[in-house]
Design a protein around this ligand. Structure first.
Ligand code: F6P
Length: 320
């Protein structure tokens, strides 16, 4: 049994990270274990920016987006010297294990720390991108998809009013998951994702044909990993001659109060992470598979690439 653990959030923030950290802290305290909060991810660990947490420190945060612990993308953590310094800063405080809530880059950093120092590490997938291998779900992806849907609903109104093509670029880094689920649920005619090649000439020819048949407007959702929305929009305008507008949703889709799904799932994952690390388990990421919490090998999670469900790709084509 570990007596003292720490928790941090790292990389891009995501709605539900607060619920996850809260569950880690309250589960640890419930088990009689000391729990430290590390501010601003690996950067804060290197700066020794951490504090021993009480239950009240995680009060009034479950409903908030972002992360109350703060987060960062930390260059120094990519070096063995940086990680060794971080390890020393943990050991100096008697911290015996670390829970890292973050995306694939943050989990990779955690895996290296465990490999190089042997300190127990448990990861939670915290990213709107839903791109962590082994888990159907990452903390924040549901809220982000709902935010995109809200934008799509609004874009449809104005696209219809003007008979325009509207191109919406959404986040996801190299993953098309966010574009795919929001495109399907927003009724997009075209969903362009990095996982599937597309022929813009053929798409433009189809667009012209459907306009000639009376189609009122067309919605295209582009995953940032599939190309620039602006460039794709410019090409569509030039090839079809149809009035076209582009929106890049940007960081709006990373913020906002977490959905019920993100709050509950993040809480479940946080509890499991705390229980696992306290009992001395290491090199695990907790995620969901078919709605059940599962433990994924940390090395596998960071070395394999998650595949976009081919059924989604097919469904998007059928429903367009
Ligand atoms: O990984 C989450 C994410 O929001 C990606 O979808 C996006 O590509 C990236 O982070 C943006 O990062 P930053 O906030 O550092 O610009």
């Amino acid at each position: 049994m570990l007596k003292s653990i720490a928790v941090m959030t790292s990389g891009g923030d995501s709605p539900g990270m607060n619920a996850a950290a809260r569950a880690v802290v309250r589960t640890a305290l419930y088990e009689g274990v000391t729990v430290w909060g590390i501010n601003n991810g690996y950067h804060g660990l290197l700066e020794e920016d951490m504090f021993e947490m009480q239950s009240k420190d995680v009060g009034d945060i479950i409903q908030r987006g972002g992360t109350f612990l703060g987060t960062a993308r930390c260059k120094r953590w990519t070096t063995p010297e940086g990680r060794m310094q971080g390890y020393k800063n943990l050991v100096d405080r008697g911290i015996q294990g670390l829970v890292v809530i973050g995306g694939d880059g943050s989990l990779r950093g955690a895996q290296l720390l465990s490999q190089e120092t042997g300190i127990p590490i448990v990861g939670l997938p915290g990213t709107i991108d839903n791109d962590v291998w082994g888990s159907d779900y990452t903390i924040g992806c549901n809220t982000a998809a709902n935010t995109i849907i809200d934008a799509i609903n609004k874009l449809r109104d104005t696209a219809s009013a003007h008979r325009r093509v509207v191109v919406l670029e959404v986040m996801g880094r190299n993953s098309g998951w966010l574009a795919m689920v929001s495109g399907i649920s927003g009724g997009a005619e075209y969903i362009l994702v990095p996982e599937e090649e597309f022929d813009l000439d053929a798409i433009c020819a189809e667009m012209k044909e459907s306009y000639e048949k009376g189609k009122r407007y067309i919605l295209v959702v582009v995953a940032e990993g599939a190309g620039s929305g602006k460039e794709i929009g410019d090409q569509i305008a030039q090839k079809t001659g149809i009035d076209t507008r582009v929106s890049v949703l940007g960081h709006i889709q990373r913020g906002g109060s977490p959905s019920v799904i993100d709050r509950v799932k993040a809480s479940q994952l946080g509890e499991q992470a705390a229980l696992a690390i306290i009992s001395g388990l290491s090199d695990i990421v907790f995620g969901f598979h078919r709605n059940n919490v599962v433990a994924i090998n940390l090395h596998d999670a960071v070395t394999n690439k998650k595949v976009l469900n081919p059924e989604y790709i097919h469904l998007a084509k059928v429903l367009a």
